[in-house]
Design a protein around this ligand. Sequence first.
Ligand code: ZN
Length: 133
Amino acid sequence: MSKLGCTCGHVITDQTDGLPYKASLLRDEVENEFWDEVHRELKPLVEAAESGDKAAIADAFGEFSPWFSAADKLQDRISSLYIRRMSSAYECQSCGRLWVQKDDSERFVSYVPEEGAYGAILAVASGGSENLN
Ligand SMILES: [Zn+2]
């Protein structure tokens, strides 16, 4: 999604990273499957790295790869698992509506906040780590 028109008329745009009004959602029903899939991707590489055996690394990745390339390939695999399992949620910065992506669909469903205003609930709390000191 690059743009989502909110009911209030505001257009929610998603054209960059690090948006304070966007989050990813991992449904509990697939959380274990997701982590199992990540583990299945990581295990052969970790075992190959521990062995120091280039043939084992080649087996894990289907071809011989220099380390940086193997790391890139692993990142691609994990990214695709992540994209397949995660849904997106957006918070309208104008009215505060929360838009949640339906599972396995490009459709979004909205929820109106009790306060009736933007609450930055998907943003990282500012100064949170400083307050711990
Ligand atoms: Zn809105």
